[in-house]
Design a protein around this ligand. Structure first.
Ligand SMILES: [Zn+2]
Length: 281
């Protein structure tokens, strides 16, 4: 690829990229149009309850995205876990909910999904003071990173997150929100927004809301959002995404401006298919 550019072939390079993306898009169109296996549908209907509440069009769109997702991402079982269709589909269906209605490149930085049976131990280095770090271990149920090319998920947390779609907690939505955040190259809590106006308004609304979550966390005031979101703007966006899809009524009521920003970015309104009200009434 670099050779094409070094010959001064910018136009050739562009053509090469155009062909590559054209082919990729064509393959994705074919995958989306394939018949969705009946036993896959049964598994989704059983394990991912929000699926029933989506409109018929959204169900079809979601199934198309799942076909692409499963063809492109690699799954690996860890600690003896054997990857099954149930595992692949429960992860894919929740991740692809984030893609509905939008032009998408299917989480381009993510190649491999590692799945542990349950909470796992991760080795880490922690800063103590200045340039001094200590080595330690922590228990985790999921993680991903901008340059890792991978995501780690604990299967029991994936499954319980899918089973209760209105408790505001969802590991898959959380970790895949991080992947969306990386699409514009920075892990800064702002995903790739369509227009300059949208970017400005997002930045202003989120700056104020993040500061207020931080203040609430420090003073112990109860909040709708999990205060883990006060860690940094990237975690704030991930926690917010969980709340947007799982507690849309509450989020719209408490934080209407933030709800509007999220609705404009995700191009969907989870209130239309939420079971939050049914459960709380
Ligand atoms: Zn996170």
């Amino acid at each position: 690829m670099s050779e094409l550019f070094s010959r001064g072939g910018f136009a050739v390079g562009r053509l090469y990229f155009g062909m590559f993306f054209g082919l990729k898009e064509r393959r994705r169109r074919q995958l989306r149009a394939q018949l969705f296996p009946k036993d896959w549908l049964k598994l989704i209907e059983r394990d991912v309850p929000f699926f029933h509440r989506l409109s018929a069009n959204d169900q079809v769109e979601l199934m198309g995205h799942i076909q692409v997702f499963l063809a492109e991402k690699r799954f690996e079982g860890c600690n003896g876990l054997e990857i099954t269709d149930e595992i692949r589909l429960t992860i894919a269906a929740q991740a692809c909910l984030l893609l509905l209605h939008r032009k998408t490149d299917y989480f381009p930085r993510l190649l491999t999904i590692l799945v542990y049976p349950s909470i796992y131990v991760a080795e880490e280095e922690r800063p103590i003071e200045g340039p001094v770090w200590e080595e330690g271990a922590s228990l985790r149920q999921g993680e991903t990173g901008r340059t890792l090319g991978a995501m780690v998920l604990a299967w029991d947390a994936v499954k319980s997150g899918a089973a209760d779609s209105s408790d505001g907690k969802n590991l898959v939505l959380h970790e895949f929100a991080h992947q969306l955040d990386y699409e514009n190259d920075a892990a800064d809590g702002a995903p790739a927004l369509a227009t300059r106006d949208q970017r400005l308004s997002w930045r202003e609304v989120m700056r104020i809301e993040f500061a207020s979550l931080r203040a609430a966390d420090e003073t112990g005031i109860p909040t709708l959002l999990d205060t883990y979101g006060a860690t940094n703007p990237a975690e704030f966006f991930a926690v917010l995404t969980e709340a947007f899809f799982e507690r849309p009524y509450a989020l719209r009521g408490h934080h209407p401006k933030m709800y509007t920003e999220l609705r404009r970015y995700f191009l969907q309104d989870p209130i239309e298919y939420s079971d939050e009200r049914m459960k709380s009434s």
